[in-house]
Write a protein of this length. Structure first.
Length: 189
């Protein structure tokens, strides 16, 4: 039996859809992304990791103090669920940076910790605020911290990230204030 669609979708009518797509198109439709993880590294081993998780479509969910609190509380509770320590973190409007220490070889990998964290946060946000759309971007960025210099650079980056954002916000509001005052004509609205 031949599969035939009544919709043409830019292809000759009556031709099987699978034939039209061909092997290349079908394999690309379900192609997985290449892993960002090091191929032979054991991500359950003792050590420190710099991690960034981002909101889906760069939506700024974490501008809301209530949602930001959920993100922070769940970060601080990771040590209760897993044998890890969250050393530094920074919650930005659309992403979170953190340094995570595995105290000893774990029975779980970094990806499982991050997956559980993102799942817990998303569920709580959905339950409390009725947000039905996707909260998190797929996957996450990680960097294995190799030495003290590397650690200090990542910790400083986390600290500076929030300061930089605050300074940009202040500069923007000062600019808007100056523009509003300078373009306003007395006696006119």
């Amino acid at each position: 039996m031949e599969l035939v669609s009544t919709r043409t979708l830019g292809r000759p009518t009556g031709r099987p859809y699978a034939d039209y797509l061909g092997d290349v198109a079908m394999s690309n439709a379900y192609k997985r992304r290449d892993s960002l993880r090091l191929k032979d590294y054991d991500y359950s081993s003792e050590g420190a990791y710099f991690v960034t998780v981002s909101c889906s479509d760069k939506k700024e969910y974490f501008n809301s103090p209530s949602i930001k609190e959920i993100v922070e509380v769940n970060l601080k509770n990771l040590n209760k669920r897993f044998n890890v320590t969250v050393d530094h973190f920074c919650i930005m409007p659309d992403h979170v940076h953190l340094i995570l220490f595995f105290k000893e070889k774990q029975g779980f990998a970094l990806s499982q910790v991050i997956q559980a964290y993102k799942s817990l946060v998303a569920k709580e946000i959905r339950d409390k605020f009725g947000i039905s759309e996707k909260i998190w971007q797929r996957g996450f960025y990680d960097h294995i911290i190799r030495n003290e210099k590397d650690y200090l650079e990542k910790a400083q980056y986390i600290l500076n990230n929030q300061l930089k954002k605050d300074l940009q916000r202040e500069a923007m509001s000062a600019r808007v204030g100056v523009e509003l005052v300078s373009t306003r004509t007395p006696g006119r609205r």
